[in-house]
Write a protein that binds this ligand. Structure first.
Ligand code: ZN
Length: 166
């Protein structure tokens, strides 16, 4: 396993449409392992293959508090969405920033696992947000296109939240 370099906003690779994975080769398995390691190292809850410069429809997500429940999605497709949530969202390709984005509150999606078995998943709240955010990357879209208002520095956001608590 190895850490990969996370491409940042402005890099052309983040604006391109990714290709479907036809077969899970040893190279794809290695890529997935590297993506997981890279995501955990960066304290992210999701990472899409184009964020490490690979134009393939692969996403890894882990929204668990313990960061021990990775979901690996190959060729994912959203089947249904429901409801609405509005809140701060960030992206490892735009480090240190967040912005307010409205997303569905409930998402049903299908994807293939590493054995190319089709799997369905339903997620709410953070998981629904992460699925929408990461799948957007596969079509060259980023959350800044949907952001309401300005991006804010995470440090400012944290100090605001502390003030709220006081
Ligand atoms: Zn992102």
């Amino acid at each position: 396993m190895a850490l990969r370099t996370i491409r940042e906003y402005g890099d052309d690779v983040l604006e391109r449409k990714c290709k479907e994975v036809k077969e899970v080769t040893p190279r794809i398995r290695e890529l997935v392992e590297d993506m997981l390691e890279t995501m955990y190292e960066a304290n992210g809850v999701g990472l899409a293959a184009p964020q490490v410069g690979i134009l393939k429809r692969i996403v890894v997500i882990d929204v668990s508090a313990e960061a021990d429940s990775p979901i690996v999605m190959i060729n994912p497709v959203i089947l249904e969405t429901d409801g609405e949530q509005t809140g701060y969202e960030g992206c490892l390709s735009i480090p240190g920033k967040s912005g307010i984005v409205t997303r569905p509150n409930h998402v049903k999606a299908k994807y293939f696992d590493l054995d190319m078995n089709e799997v369905e998943i339903e997620g709410e709240e953070l998981l629904a947000r992460a699925i929408c955010h990461e799948l957007d990357h596969l079509d060259g879209h980023m959350y800044v296109e949907k952001v309401e208002g300005e991006l804010v520095d995470n440090e400012e956001l944290m100090s605001e939240q502390e003030e709220d608590e006081n």
